[in-house]
Design a protein around this ligand. Structure first.
Ligand code: DAT
Ligand code: MG
Length: 153
């Protein structure tokens, strides 16, 4: 099916650096379909919920401080295998390992300030969980993209 949804977010560094358009452009050009978007400020509580899996890590406090330091562009993107596709486009967490051509490999240099978040495809249910955390059902749009038959055979 072509309707897997995944949660994607341009982080505060990406917003401040004027990379929202660049990042949306890459996802659009790939053929993915936008299902929801919200320009917003993450508060402490939401940051703790979103990054709960990292609560015990030494970098957790810095991560919460960073993700709440300015607005983010929270989005839901849809497509076949969308979660894994977006992770491939993002590149690895460590920018020193991220391949050129990936979003992090092209736009980031720092392990913490790495421009984009995408749901982990190796954590089943992470996409749905994160979408639920950031969006109400009525904030997501079901629509037909007219080029779908030219994107998918
Ligand atoms: P990803 O964002 O690729 O899913 P993650 O879930 O392991 O990576 O970590 C979440 C974020 O936390 C990551 O984007 C950047 C930050 N982070 C991860 N490991 C870190 C480390 N060792 N030192 C500092 N920040 C780190
Ligand atoms: Mg992760």
């Amino acid at each position: 099916s072509h309707d897997e949804r995944t949660f994607v977010m341009v982080k505060p560094d990406g917003v401040q650096r004027g990379l929202i358009g660049e990042i949306i452009g890459r996802l659009e050009e790939r053929g993915l379909k936008l299902a929801g978007a919200k320009f917003m400020q993450i508060d402490e509580e939401l940051a703790h919920e979103h990054y709960g899996e990292h609560e015990d890590k030494p970098f957790f406090d810095g991560l919460v401080e960073f993700i709440t330091a300015g607005p983010v562009m929270a989005m839901v993107w849809e497509g076949a295998d969308a979660t894994r596709q977006v992770r491939q486009m993002m590149g690895t967490t460590d920018p020193a390992e991220a391949q050129p051509g990936t979003i992090r490999g092209d736009l980031g240099l720092d392990l913490g300030q790495n421009v984009i978040h995408g749901s982990d495809h190796e954590d089943p249910g992470a996409n749905e969980r994160e979408i639920d955390l950031f969006f109400d059902e009525d904030e997501l749009v079901d629509w037909e993209k007219s080029d779908a038959e030219w994107v998918y055979e």
